[in-house]
Design a protein around this ligand. Sequence first.
Ligand SMILES: [Zn+2]
Length: 271
Amino acid sequence: MYKLEKFMGKRVLTSSFIDDAFVTAFFTTRDLPLKAGERKDLAEEVENNKKLICEALKIPFENLIIPQQTHSDNVLIIKEKGKGEKGKAKMKNSSSLSSHLSPLTSHSFASKDAVVTNQPDVAIALNFADCVPIIFYDPVKRVVAAAHAGWRGTTAQIGPKTVKKMAEEFSCEPKDIIALIGPAIGKCCFEVKEDVLKKLAASVNNQSEEAFSDNHVDLKLVNKFQLLTCGVEKIDVCEYCTSCQNELFYSYRKEHGNTARHSAVVMINSK
Ligand SMILES: [Zn+2]
């Protein structure tokens, strides 16, 4: 179950499914944009919000990981923090190190629509305006992730691919993983063309019929179905529609493409 709470005096959404001192997880609202998007007038506020969030989370600025999202199915794995350019140089000289080094360079962040880490004090933030945000947490292996599932990412199975990476890289068991499917455009407002509808239906093997009617798709439900199929059992789906509740969230459709972004934020706490 989701509830609105205050974080630094700003409204954020939290889920009762993740109520654990070892992790911080929430979805921001219009109160706390971390990407200005088309709203260039919010650029200064966004930069200030990034600083504020790092202060509140008590982490250095470089530990706030905001990749460039491109509706891809690319997953960034962070196993070591703060390597930066030094790590990159090491990797060039020693291939034996490359298997366990994940240097955090700006290049690493290009075209990534999901991020997974087991590193404490590394905050993942992905940005949204209608697309489906998913936060993952494995309380057994203490691994977190976030994914960006618009219709393209959903057809590319970004959710299950993130779970697979958690399993491959950190031995997570899907049954242990908690998934929060956050605020996104609802079936009420997500009208799509037939080719998109067909692709989304195919992404769940034409099952999950309740997710489809006329030309409308429940993208959150499609993502839930995909996660259930790959063994994730604990899934909290947010009821908010970003277009209907446009006073609370950013909506690309409702605001005709002139909008900022709210965010999914997740971090393993160091203590
Ligand atoms: Zn709606």
